[in-house]
Design a protein around this ligand. Structure first.
Ligand SMILES: [Zn+2]
Length: 161
């Protein structure tokens, strides 16, 4: 059975860009190990141990772990906790140049938030055994509530001025 490091070496030798590939693998491992350490914190509050790390220009700008049970909040997944910290730190919700490391493949809610934050790369360790397919809620569109769209139109009109 080949060790993970050995696999990377084999992959690198097959590539013309071998040195780069080899170093990249080690960097990925380093951040994933930090995400795993972060995941351990979830255990203290009986939360499922999942950790996330956000890296920009080879620097960690935020870490997060799952705190759904601790906070009783459905959105407190590790990825979202880390993304919120990164946004606060950078004072923007645009995280274009960031890479998200997470110990478990993100759920659908987190993937959507990751996309909204413009994060282009996610590196995960464990694969989701089964993505839970929850039922969509009933969506009812009320007609004749024009003030709602007027409010939005006014806002964007003023933005463009
Ligand atoms: Zn999630």
């Amino acid at each position: 059975m080949a060790e993970p490091g050995q696999n990377r070496k084999i992959a690198a030798l097959r590539s013309s860009n071998c040195v780069y590939l080899f170093i990249l693998g080690d960097i990925m491992d380093k951040y994933m190990q930090i995400a795993l350490k972060e995941a351990q914190k979830s255990l203290l509050t009986d939360d499922v141990p999942i950790g996330a790390v956000i890296v920009e220009n080879d620097t960690i700008i935020a870490k997060g772990h799952n705190t759904r049970e601790k906070t009783h909040l459905i959105t407190r997944h590790a990825e979202i906790n880390a993304i919120e910290k990164a946004c606060k730190k950078k004072k923007t919700w645009h995280l274009d140049d960031c890479i998200l490391y997470v110990t478990l493949e993100p759920c659908k809610m987190c993937i959507e938030v990751i996309k909204q934050a413009r994060i282009k790369q996610v590196i995960y360790a464990a694969k989701q055994e089964k993505q839970v397919n929850l039922k969509d809620p009933d969506m009812i569109k009320l007609e004749n509530v024009e003030n709602s769209s007027i409010l939005l139109k006014e806002f964007f009109k003023n933005k463009r001025k």
